[in-house]
Design a protein around this ligand. Structure first.
Ligand code: GDP
Ligand code: MG
Length: 162
């Protein structure tokens, strides 16, 4: 279990969220950002780019032996992505819930994938799956200067003890 109190370190947990090329093409960027804003998380980094293959191969290093890996690379390089870093209490676990199951056929309605996608090869969004994974991915996609340290005016309204 985890503490429901938002300690200084727990309140600063960060995760990497990416709108994949299908999400950008389908103009879902705004709706996806809105879900994280309204939940109470803080945006600390955001950019649009055409992801280079070597970056993707590091990002998906654990999937390189999978049969679908070439298709995954092709998908992820088919157009620009919008990558973001979101910060807040328990953001890694909560955002995985908000994004839904990897396979949209199993994703609950109300999740991003459950509301906007039907097939695992086009599942709209990425979310880091652990705190350690998030730290690795954030370092991969962003340099330190691109991550903004700022205090959101409601930080002690959405979470106690920040
Ligand atoms: P995630 O953490 O929920 O994104 O899932 P994984 O880390 O297991 O896989 C990364 C991404 O690879 C998924 O989001 C899908 O875009 C893609 N992927 C996973 N499994 C499959 C599959 O069986 N077929 C295809 N085409 N893509 C897959
Ligand atoms: Mg994953």
């Amino acid at each position: 279990g985890f503490s429901y109190y938002c300690t200084a370190s727990a309140g600063r947990e960060r995760t990497l969220i990416a709108v994949k090329p299908d999400g950008v093409q389908r103009r879902l960027v705004g709706q996806i950002i809105q879900r994280f804003e309204q939940r109470g998380f803080k945006l600390v980094g955001l950019k649009m780019l055409k992801a280079p293959e070597d970056l993707l191969s590091q990002h998906y290093h654990n999937l390189q032996k999978k049969s679908f890996y070439p298709y995954l690379l092709c998908y992820m390089t088919s157009g620009p992505v919008v990558v973001m870093v979101w910060e807040g209490f328990n953001v890694v676990q909560t955002s995985r819930m908000m994004v839904g199951s990897t396979n949209p056929a199993e994703a609950q309605p109300g999740t991003v994938r459950g509301d906007f996608s039907i097939h695992v090869s086009r599942n709209v969004v990425h979310a880091s799956d652990s705190v350690a994974g998030a730290e690795r991915e954030i370092q991969l996609w962003f340099n330190g200067r691109e991550l903004i340290d700022w205090d959101c005016c409601d930080h002690n309204i959405v979470c106690e003890f920040t």
